[in-house]
Write a protein that binds this ligand. Structure first.
Ligand SMILES: *[C@@H]1O[C@H](CO)[C@@H](O)[C@H](O)[C@H]1NC(C)=O
Ligand SMILES: *[C@@H]1O[C@H](CO)[C@@H](O)[C@H](O)[C@H]1NC(C)=O
Ligand SMILES: *[C@@H]1O[C@H](CO)[C@@H](O)[C@H](O)[C@H]1NC(C)=O
Ligand SMILES: *[C@@H]1O[C@H](CO)[C@@H](O)[C@H](O)[C@H]1NC(C)=O
Length: 574
């Protein structure tokens, strides 16, 4: 017997995956309809992979589904869930794929995808209108007597299966709150990597002591304990001077804090998850970690990343550089970023920023809401875009909050918005990872599928409509100007304020100088986010500009760095 809990874990696989893919940017979609849309997207992705696995291995659809399940890890019930999904929908999918229906037709026949009255059907693969009608009718006949469909037909998604309703609601709620599976105290430093743990802010060094955490000024020079978790503590036996005093006093330590969106948190779906030709037992090993980090990889991001990048570029994150500059900064990073974050909703989670004005070191805060103020999934995105007036008022509110929470001597840098027209320009006629095997899915098709489902991360820029793309860029530029105006005219007592352009064209030029192509800087699966290489190049550009224009932001180079290494090694790692 399968326990109900395991049964109910069906939803996370389909939902977390597809939901996060599309809602990385806009989480404020109306509940029910976006829920259905994500079911449709999830279905089309999964059925496409099943179909392509069968093609690559010249196997039956049954064998291909089993293969896919066998690749999934046991963790989070992923494998169990997969087998269960096969039990529910497998026989229908086999019947349909065996007569060469494509994933769009299969998912419409299974009623994961629905056509709203008066709307065109949403499809990923090209198919002439007449052929479409004929295929869909044929498909419906084939699975007419399917027992699953009897349940399924009564509602509109997998979640209308009676035994799934409740858990679906729970899961949707937890996705909305962006903390799947478990409630976590977001103010707390953690010894656990995911679920907003040390992938997001410096690892705690004593879980049972609330007064010890990264970024605080040392307590009694950390004679007896490492109160700021930077790995430096105790007394030098040679002269009786506390190490923290000897190595860090006057070194101007500071932390790095990002107020960001999915780009800052490094939203990333590995293309291996969708590429049938390269899929193996290793492809999904990182899926549980990614799901419990909301499909973000802050540990590899350009601002707060602390792991070595495997992307092949030698640039490192801003945190890395601050730590290299002054080892006393070890572990002092916070990524306060959310999928879907914008100037307008930052107030909902800025409270999780942790800095004590009296006890802690100053911080460098990077404000980088780079897309969601102009990006949304609406058919006509323009009325939903943030206006310069709305921007002004919310950013001032944010800065007031920061002024009352940051220690004196901090710095705040406002990032402008990029011009996203390079997305369409560089991607529209290229093949998406799902389309590479049969040369049948371009980014233009993916973008129009997502827009049709009303779950595009950015229907303004990910659009074939040039007028709309230009309008989106114009608004982005107005909003950047608003930020710049604030930075050049407002003064705050506890921090200095700067503005920096989000100069995507500069990193594209740099990448081209190295022989690269612009499309190689964009996340391949979502066709929207800057990828790891782009984030690191941006970090490099940021660092160089700051060093050149405002070097005081970065603090001094610590002359004791090598001595710290001698005594404390890697300072306890990350
Ligand atoms: C695929 O499998 C079928 C049936 O097992 C076989 O007849 C066919 O030759 C195979 N094709 C390739 C290209 O291996
Ligand atoms: C952690 O903090 C507790 C409470 O202050 C203390 O008793 C314990 O010794 C500390 N552990 C370490 C490893 O410092
Ligand atoms: C903040 O620090 C500056 C020097 O960095 C000092 O001039 C100013 O008085 C301080 N402000 C407060 C409120 O302590
Ligand atoms: C393109 O977008 C503009 C601005 O939203 C809109 O007015 C126009 O109707 C769109 N054109 C087409 C062909 O959809």
């Amino acid at each position: 017997m399968k326990s109900p809990w395991k049964v109910l874990m069906v939803a996370p696989v389909l939902l977390l995956f597809s939901h996060s893919l599309a809602s990385a940017v806009d989480q404020d979609q109306p509940g029910a309809s976006s829920f259905n849309s994500h079911g449709c997207l999830g279905c089309v992705l999964v059925v496409s992979v099943i179909e392509q696995l069968a093609q690559v291995h010249n196997s039956t659809v049954q064998a291909s589904m089993e293969r896919l399940c066998s690749y999934l890890p046991e963790k989070l019930f992923l494998k169990t869930t997969c087998h269960f999904l096969v039990q529910i929908f497998g026989s229908d999918i086999i019947k349909l794929l065996d007569v060469h229906m494509n994933a769009d037709v299969v998912c419409h026949a299974l009623e994961f995808c629905k056509q709203d009255a008066g709307q065109s059907q949403c499809h990923l693969y090209p198919l002439p209108q007449e052929a479409w009608k004929f295929m869909l009718e044929k498909a419906r006949k084939i699975i007419k007597k399917s027992p699953t469909m009897k349940y399924h037909r009564s509602g509109s998604s997998i979640c209308s299966l009676p035994f799934l309703v409740k858990i679906c609601q729970k899961i949707e709620l937890s996705i909305k709150n962006a903390v799947p599976f478990k409630d976590v105290d977001s103010d707390k430093y953690s010894v656990f990597p995911t679920l907003r743990g040390y992938h997001w802010r410096g690892r705690d060094c004593n879980d049972s002591d609330k007064t010890a955490y990264p970024g605080r000024r040392p307590d009694n020079w950390d004679v007896h304990r490492d109160s700021n978790c930077n790995g430096i503590w105790g007394i030098d036996p040679k002269d009786g001077i506390p190490y923290e005093k000897k190595f860090c006093e006057g070194s101007q330590p500071r932390g790095i804090i990002l107020l960001g969106d999915s780009a800052g948190a490094h939203f990333h779906i590995p293309p291996e998850w969708l590429t049938a030709s390269q899929m193996s037992l290793n492809s999904f090993f990182n899926l549980p970690t990614a799901l419990t980090d909301e499909l973000n990889w802050p540990q590899l991001s350009g601002v707060t990343g602390f792991l070595e990048s495997t992307s092949g570029v030698e640039e490192t994150s801003i945190y890395h550089r601050l730590r290299k500059r002054n080892h006393c900064n070890h572990r002092d990073y916070q990524s306060i970023s959310r999928n879907g974050a914008s100037s307008q909703n930052l107030e909902n989670f800025i409270g999780s920023l942790s800095r004590n004005q009296v006890l802690d070191h100053p911080a460098i805060v990077i404000y980088a809401m780079i897309g969601n103020d102009v990006c949304n999934g609406r058919a006509d995105p323009v009325p939903e875009m943030t206006t310069p007036e709305q921007m002004y008022s919310k950013v001032m509110q944010t800065l007031k909050h920061l002024n009352s929470h940051l220690p004196n001597g901090s710095h705040v840098i406002l990032y402008g918005l990029p011009d996203g027209t390079f997305l369409w320009d560089n991607l529209h006629n290229r093949y998406h990872p799902l389309g590479q095997l049969n040369k049948d899915v371009t980014y233009a098709q993916l973008f129009s599928f997502l827009s049709c489902l009303k779950i595009s991360p950015c229907s303004g820029w990910m659009s074939s409509n040039k007028t709309l793309r230009t309008l989106t860029s114009e608004r982005a530029e107005q909003l950047s100007k608003t930020l710049k105006k604030i930075a050049t005219s407002k003064i705050f007592t506890n921090f200095k304020l700067f503005y920096m352009d989000f100069a995507y064209h500069e990193i594209i030029e740099e990448w081209q100088r190295r022989g690269g192509q612009p499309w190689q800087l964009i996340e391949p699966v979502d066709g929207f986010h800057p990828n790891e290489v782009a984030s690191l190049l941006l970090a490099d550009l940021f660092w160089k500009k700051i060093q050149f224009q405002w070097p005081q932001v970065l603090g001094k180079e610590n002359p004791f760095n090598s001595q710290i290494e001698q005594v404390f090694g890697d300072q306890g790692g990350h």
